[in-house]
Design a protein around this ligand. Structure first.
Ligand SMILES: [Cu+2]
Length: 663
């Protein structure tokens, strides 16, 4: 027996002893009991079973954790600049954050959704939504980098997004705030909401290679679209959206949007919408929105402004959309793995309505309507209802599925996860959360094939769970083992920003495709330097291009002279390493931006406009070798109009000794 494994066993024994003493769940600190600690324990050097991709909420990022350990592996910058990685600061990545409103360094990322093939997670991409300035991002899961961002015109508060169809044919984006559509009657009194404000839902097509394009937008009554999920199996070709504020209030919504007993789940027949599109029923509208793409070969993003979308009027084209009444301001809108059951969750409700797709179809065929809402047919509640889960808890929000006939619903108000059976609608188990759970996730829990080992709750309030850190505490995630009949809390971990939706996937689906390096010979960056001999400094007017390389443990060149105050200096740094996990960083004193973090074989550019004369050190910011601290250099900045010529060197003095004498 090795020394290592003896240690491990001792540690496990200690954990067990501790957890035996702690098995009386009197309060939150003793809520973990029995063999819980061992179930969550991943020994040093061992991999986790699952990747867990969490939305970062108001951080604008996405974070990647291991399950069941709760270890944080990576924060993926998406809609916000990230000084750790230089994202949004390097010249190459700045275009990713361009919008029709200009460069936006922040957004609020709410939901994550893994791409699917045949209704199962395929491990290629993960999508994220920007809630504030409406956008959808696609992250490449080979590099864990944001590959593409598309802006959504005619939208505000892109909340019911970025949910996908079974083959990721479409990613949807429904507007939370209805607004007058862009460039058309935008300057109107706010109290003309009922006349002028409209809702839209964008269907973003995703090509086999991942390229996103707004295929069409549905023009809808002015309500708030909240969440959505696509149909599957028998309900393929349909999408379901929860909507609230059917009162069409524009002030004090907490009261005014809670007047009606029921709002709606809207069923969208997107196959029908496609038919109308093909038949030329779409109307082209002038808009402006950005489409940004990151090229893995040039390591450079580009941003285009597009000027047209196609609108389908869902009120005029009668058989695309149907409203199903749903009690008490519905939030979550979830479809079970069979595709037959649609679960609505009224935020203020004390029951969970479950609708049946087959009954919905029959209701449409029989025209079992109770009337229209703003021109959209409203199906009779009972005609689409399969049944109600009675007394499940208070404030149901979201539901995930285990693929074994059970549903798990989060309850914000009563702070719990409740397990219930989809067929008989009976409550089977309940587990407290600490506290005020929002979303929850089972690996694959919104797909045809869940992998039901854990359910993870994402909590809004942490209170007494962690060491206090001033007025703000980290939000938390909690992992429950669901392999048995009863849920068992086994671990919790703090999160980045505020987690909303999260998705998890078996690690083996992702890790086998993970990129290790960028091949230097395939680097097509316009300013690449493929070897030290090619490193140079070139002046073009007031622009100075530094073609720099980095390799353990020096930059080439590391002495630069001839830069003048007011020059635009571009450090194009190519990392020559061809070895996994050896990035180099780059920083220059006084640069009012973040560093660069350059992956092996990659080129990234930092722009710097020196404002004062002097000597400016540069150094590597990422500890790369025993002599990392020696990885440095100097840039001399002379007054504007100085005659000091551009010179650069490595391992020798760049300045002509004669000039030194003169001083
Ligand atoms: Cu270094």
């Amino acid at each position: 027996m090795s020394h290592f494994s003896k240690q491990t066993i001792l540690l496990l024994a200690a954990i067990l002893t501790f957890s035996m003493y702690a098995c009386k769940p009197k309060n939150t600190s003793s809520a973990v009991s029995g063999d819980a600690a061992i179930k969550a324990y991943v020994p040093p050097g061992k991999y986790d079973e699952f990747y867990n991709f969490l939305s970062g909420g108001f951080s604008g990022q996405m974070s990647v954790y291991g399950l069941p350990s709760g270890r944080l592996f990576r924060v993926i910058p998406v809609f916000s600049v990230d000084p750790e990685k230089g994202y949004g600061y390097s010249e190459e990545t700045k275009p990713m954050l361009n919008t029709s409103h200009g460069f936006i360094p922040w957004d609020d990322l709410h939901h994550t959704e893994l791409s699917q093939t045949n209704g199962e997670i395929d491990g290629r991409w993960i999508f994220g939504n920007a809630n504030n300035t409406p956008r959808v991002a696609r992250i490449d899961l080979t590099s864990f980098r944001t590959a593409e961002i598309i802006e959504l015109p005619n939208s505000a508060g892109n909340h019911s997004s970025p949910f996908t169809t079974e083959n990721s044919e479409y990613v949807v984006a429904g507007t939370r705030f209805s607004v007058p559509v862009d460039y058309v009657n935008g300057d109107v009194p706010i109290n003309t909401y009922k006349q002028n404000f409209k809702g839209t839902i964008s269907f973003i097509s995703v090509s086999k290679e991942g390229a996103m394009n707004i295929a069409f937008q549905l023009l809808l009554p002015g309500v708030n679209f909240d969440l959505s999920h696509s149909g599957k199996g028998p309900s393929s070709g349909w999408f379901f959206f929860s909507c609230y504020n059917s009162e069409q209030a524009n002030s004090l919504l907490e009261v005014n949007a809670s007047q009606r007993d029921k709002d709606f789940i809207m069923a969208v027949n997107w196959k029908k919408a496609e038919e109308y599109l093909k038949a030329g029923k779409g109307v082209k509208q002038k808009v402006r929105y950005a489409h940004n793409t990151y090229d893995e070969n040039t390591h450079t993003a580009k941003s285009e402004i597009l000027e047209e979308v196609t609108i389908l009027d869902a009120v005029a084209l009668k058989d695309i959309c149907y409203m199903i009444p749903c009690p008490k301001s519905p939030h979550g809108c979830d479809v079970d793995p069979s595709g037959e059951y649609i679960v609505g969750s009224g935020k203020l409700a004390a029951l969970i309505p479950v609708f049946a797709f087959s009954k919905l179809q029959k209701a449409i065929a029989d025209k079992a309507f109770e009337g229209e809402y703003e021109g959209i047919p409203v199906i009779k509640y009972e005609a689409a209802l399969y049944g109600e889960v009675k007394k499940p808890g208070l404030g149901p929000l979201h539901t995930e599925f285990d693929g074994k006939g059970n549903a798990y619903t989060s309850f914000f108000v009563s702070s719990e996860i409740v397990k219930w059976n989809i067929k008989d609608l009976k409550v089977l188990d309940r587990a407290p959360t600490f506290y005020s759970i929002g979303h929850l996730c089972i690996p694959g829990g919104d797909t045809k094939k869940p992998n039901p080992k854990y359910v993870i709750g994402y909590n809004k309030i942490t209170k007494d769970r962690y060491l206090p850190t001033g007025p703000e505490l980290a939000q938390s995630a909690q992992i429950y083992d669901i392999s048995g009949d009863k849920m068992q809390l086994i671990n919790d971990f703090p999160t980045i920003g505020e987690p909303h939706y999260a998705q998890a996937v078996s690690a083996d689906l992702i890790m086998k495709n993970s990129r290790k390096i960028y091949k230097i010979e395939e680097n097509k960056n316009a300013y690449v330097t493929k070897g030290e001999k090619e490193s140079k400094v070139v002046r073009e007017g007031n622009k100075v291009h530094v073609y720099m390389t980095s390799i353990r443990s020096h930059f080439s060149p590391d002495n630069i002279e001839g830069v003048a105050v007011g020059d635009e200096v571009y450090f194009h740094v190519t990392n020559l390493e061809q070895d996994w996990d050896v990035p180099h960083g780059f920083a220059v004193k006084g640069a009012p931006t973040a560093e660069l973090l350059i992956m092996p074989g990659e080129t990234q550019t930092l722009k710097w406009v020196p404002e004062k004369t002097g000597i400016y050190p540069i150094y590597c910011t990422d500890f790369c070798s025993a002599l990392h601290q020696e990885m440095q250099g100097y840039v001399r900045v002379s007054p504007k109009g100085s005659k000091v010529p551009i010179s650069f060197s490595l391992g020798k003095n760049s300045t002509d000794p004669a000039e030194v004498e003169k001083k």
